[in-house]
Design a protein around this ligand. Sequence first.
Ligand SMILES: C[S@@+](CC[C@H](N)C(=O)[O-])C[C@H]1O[C@@H](n2cnc3c(N)ncnc32)[C@H](O)[C@@H]1O
Length: 277
Amino acid sequence: MADNSEEQFTPLNPTLLSADLARQYKAEMAEVLGPDLMAEVDWRHGDPNFEKINSDYYSIWNRQQGGHKKYSYFAVYDRLFSSFRHKRATMLELGVYKDASLKSWQEFLGEGSTVVGVDINPDCHKYDAAEAGRHVRIGNQFDSEFLASLGSEFGPFDIVLDDGSHKTDHQIASFNSLFARHVAPGGVYFIEDTNTSLWPRYRQGGKDIFDLIRALGLATHIFYADHYYSEYRREEHPKTFRTLAAAKLIEEVRIIDAGVAICKAGADHYPPLVDLR
Ligand SMILES: C[S@@+](CC[C@H](N)C(=O)[O-])C[C@H]1O[C@@H](n2cnc3c(N)ncnc32)[C@H](O)[C@@H]1O
């Protein structure tokens, strides 16, 4: 797959958003959401004071050269990843570009952290700094064997950040290659730029990101398709239930502006239990 960063950063004209796609999604939304939420409104880009962006990650990233980042992610990073700071965490970032991001993550996560970057562009190899705890491997995020080899070499990962090709089928395939086997319990898998499902140029494969989001939402509920509450009353405890790995492993899904974070269950994520007093 001949992705390269030049192609990535070609300014995208909003007209690339197909009118048909927009109509179709809005019609779908209107079937569920009421008129207050479906009203067309103005949303102005104000005059943010960049010095006051409330994000430790931003203040670190801002000192680096060669990054490519959407501003709304900065506060999100702090919310999602602060609990991993100063704990010798291991992070995998899909999409290196230049090394600003890897360096920023390492500083944010603190001493003893390990940051692994993956890029399809062989030039990125020059950012490999193993002695400093920053590793770069060249490969395609769509290659599940390659990702599995990274999992064996460096995993399990506390954080995976997909900021790579932004192609929908890659985003879904990488998640499936990594999440169950190579993300640590309590870890977070964050897919950035999920908005690309709305841009035909990136929308590859038969699925869009909303198929993934729906499946993730179902994962947090599917247990109840097979089990009724009388089965998980406290008197029944302890008990083993049959369910999907997705139900057991996915504790929380956060959907944000152009991103989805999937939080992997920690050791204390147990099946439902209900008390009737
Ligand atoms: C948005 S940039 C990464 C920006 C970087 N994370 C940062 O914050 O500065 C995307 C990178 O993904 C790489 N890339 C594109 N397709 C890829 C693929 N299929 N597998 C791995 N990397 C890919 C590009 O070469 C590019 O360097």
